[in-house]
Design a binder for this molecule. Structure first.
Ligand code: ATP
Ligand code: PRP
Ligand code: MG
Length: 283
């Protein structure tokens, strides 16, 4: 059995559950359940605080974990665990922020009080920048309120849409500290049995989410130009049509490019252009 740590609550938990379900794994129905066995797939899920997941994996009590890159860094497990795969959801940036107009660069944080929930990550970063704050004020959450309430001069926190900062009358400043997203971590250098299958399945979900399938008919005279617009992952599938001057083409296209590709195909004479979602894929 592959023992996998997954977030029990918080910003990553629902998207993690959705992705694992799409990859064919059983997930708990009740958010109070702590463990979920999936004997058919030979895996066992342990629902834990996302912040703690790196500790379990680093110590080797669980084989792999799904957590945020920023949380993983913050857990300070040294070299005992490593990032294995990025999952493309839970994206955020870890940044400095302060009331509008107060700071313009992170060098100005020397001798100041910085509030954060991510002390380890922040301390590591400040050390690389040779900036020595007066103190790091640890807060569990609602960090944006700390400056207005007078316990800190600036904050270092997760920014996704920026709406929380805006509501607090704050702005970001300085270089972004870290780009984060959900990741799979494992013990450094160890690849337990069954991990390959899980990674391949997750990769399949990522590709299915990023690509769509496009089908169209085009005349043989325009086929080379059309194929160049839709080269696919390897090469497009070409099928004959009743009218032997025309062929049907099937190819994968990046989701974000869909409308441009359809316009280009139409302009070069392709017709019956059809786009459909990909449910699952193994490359
Ligand atoms: N808008 C967001 N707010 C918080 N975390 C986010 C957001 N978007 C992405 N994340 C990522 O989610 C992870 C934080 O998960 P966590 O469970 O701590 O979230 P939370 O909802 O803030 O939980 P808590 O209830 O403990 O505050 C980090 O990896 C972070 O980068
Ligand atoms: O840029 P935004 O889209 O506004 O998202 C970022 C905010 O969301 C999170 O707070 P959360 O809701 O988790 O509350 P918390 O501060 O109590 O953790 C995070 O700590 C930021 O405050
Ligand atoms: Mg939070």
């Amino acid at each position: 059995m592959l023992r996998i740590a997954v977030p029990n609550k918080g910003a990553l938990s629902e998207a993690a559950r959705d992705m694992l379900q799409e990859a064919g794994y059983l997930q708990r129905r009740d958010t109070k359940e702590l463990v979920m066995m999936d004997p058919d797939n030979q895996v066992e899920f342990f629902y834990l605080r996302p912040r703690d997941i790196a500790v379990y994996v680093g110590q080797g009590t669980l084989d792999i974990g799904l957590t945020g890159r920023d949380l993983f860094q913050d857990a300070q497990v040294g070299g005992s665990a490593e990032e294995i795969m990025a999952l493309g959801f839970g994206r955020s940036t870890f940044r400095f922020a302060a009331p509008i107009g107060r700071f313009s660069s992170q060098a100005e944080l020397a001798g100041k009080r910085i509030a954060t929930s991510y002390d380890g990550l922040l301390e590591d970063y400040l050390a690389t920048q040779s900036v020595k704050p007066e103190m790091i004020v640890h807060l569990d959450g609602a960090v944006e309120s700390s400056v207005n309430l007078g316990v800190a001069d600036a904050i270092a926190d997760v920014v996704e849409t920026g709406s929380t900062l805006k509501a607090a009358g704050m702005e970001t400043f300085g270089e972004p500290i870290m780009q984060s997203e959900a990741i799979i971590i494992g013990q450094t250098g160890r690849r337990p049995e069954g991990l390959d299958v899980l990674l391949r399945r997750l990769q399949g979900v990522l590709v299915a989410r990023r690509y769509v399938m496009i089908d169209y008919d085009v005349s043989r005279a325009n086929l080379d130009r059309a194929s160049a617009v839709t080269p696919g992952l390897e090469s497009p599938t070409i099928s004959p049509l009743q009218d032997e001057n025309w062929v049907a083409v099937r190819s994968m296209v990046k989701k974000g490019d869909t409308n441009n590709v359809m316009d280009e195909l139409y302009d070069l004479g392709a017709r019956a252009i059809l786009v459909s979602a990909i449910h699952a894929i193994r490359i």
